[in-house]
Design a protein around this ligand. Structure first.
Ligand code: PMP
Length: 366
């Protein structure tokens, strides 16, 4: 907040529709156990760090030049990874990359949303979807989930048909609740959608469900699958998100992307990290089994964890979730208050971090 004599935000000629809004903000607090932003708790292996360093050093020698505007080599590498991971043959023409999947989602709404257009999402879900809609002046249409946070796709499909949004967001596994949407159910929504369906698969590597990429062939003019290297790939600090779609979607996004949006350093670092995908992704199975252990332990403590297919768990109930969140911080454990009454969300960490979380869970007020 401004000090005396400084101009305040209210004095700026800010767009009326942005006045009074809050920025996205997971608190970045320096405590011992940080389980609040769904990162991979395992730091990159030494060989990856060395390879990234070498790649960045080589790229640094060319920093007087703009990078490859189309990031073709990186998109080829991402397409190769995704083809293996999803068993759907994809080329660089199907893949687009940006600074985190947040930028991917923003580019999608810049191209396909905007004034006079709408985007629909099933809440609670990823809080950036409505924020990016607001930033691009896309009308946001919130739609409900069941009381247990799962998605009733029959209700969803009829709502989509009725409201006719230009873009539908489906998050699978859903953040912050953790459940995935089976492909058959997802297809119900796809069939009903008059416009685009963006399946946000930020946590797909942790999920037991097949990727929506399997449906790209059947719905080339409707489906976009969004992915990120921030979670399973342990590359949150590198900022690299991507999508899979028909080549025409990639062509459309070129109309709104800033030229040279992906720096030469980002492209080089991401390609080096991808060469070590096997090592990084080895943590996925470990995290999934830790997730199941933590869920079971929470149940044993009398909590109700929501079944999760991701690397986090939403759990309740608390009489006063914000007060309990604060008590966790006092116990040296940072988790997330996602604004769902009676609930908090914990990211799965290392076994030691999870134990610290479970110990604190015995002591915090309910
Ligand atoms: N989608 C979902 C569902 C997420 O949870 C996140 C990260 N919290 C993102 C997208 C964006 O992540 P990034 O920009 O790091 O790729």
């Amino acid at each position: 907040s401004p000090t005396a004599g400084e101009v305040t935000i209210d004095q700026l000629p800010l767009r009326e529709d942005l006045r009074g809004r809050s920025p996205y903000g997971a608190p970045q607090i320096d405590v011992a156990v940080r389980l609040n932003t769904n990162e991979n708790p395992y730091p990159p292996p030494g060989e990856l760090v060395d390879d990234v360093t070498d790649a960045v050093r080589a790229a640094a020698a060319e920093l007087h030049r703009y990078p490859d505007r189309d990031a073709v080599a990186l998109r080829e590498d991402l397409a190769a990874y995704l083809s293996v991971a999803t068993r759907v043959p994809l080329t660089e023409r199907n893949v687009w990359a940006a600074n985190g999947s947040n930028e991917i989602l923003q580019q999608i709404l810049q191209a396909f949303g905007g004034p006079g257009r709408s985007a629909l999402g099933f809440e609670p879900s990823y809080s950036m979807h409505p924020i990016i809609a607001a930033g691009t002046r896309t009308e946001w249409l919130p739609a409900p989930r069941r009381a247990d946070f799962s998605l009733d796709t029959e209700v969803a499909a009829s709502l989509v048909a009725e409201r006719s949004p230009d873009v539908v967001f489906l998050t699978s596994p859903n953040n912050p609740t953790g459940g995935s949407i089976p492909l058959g159910e997802l297809e119900q929504v796809l069939r009903a959608a008059p416009g685009l369906v963006v399946v946000d698969e930020a946590y797909a590597e942790f999920s037991s469900q097949p990727s929506a990429a399997t449906l790209l062939d059947s719905y080339p003019a409707k489906l976009i699958v969004s992915r990120t290297m921030s979670k399973a790939f342990a590359f949150a600090g590198g900022r690299l998100g991507y999508l899979a779609a028909a080549p025409a979607v990639v062509d459309a996004l070129q109309l709104v992307r800033l030229p040279y949006h992906l720096s030469a350093l980002t492209q080089a670092a991401a390609r080096a990290a991808l060469r070590h995908a096997d090592a990084t992704l080895a943590s996925v199975a470990r995290l999934a089994s830790e997730r199941d252990r933590v869920a079971e332990a929470l149940t044993g403590l009398g909590f109700a964890p929501v079944p999760s297919d991701a690397n986090f768990i939403l759990f309740g109930r608390f009489a006063d979730a914000p007060a309990s969140w604060k008590s966790y911080v006092d116990h040296g454990v940072l988790i997330r208050d996602v604004g769902i009454e009676g609930h908090l969300r914990v990211t799965i960490g290392t076994p030691g971090e999870n134990d610290a979380f479970l110990t604190a869970s015995k002591e915090v007020p309910r």
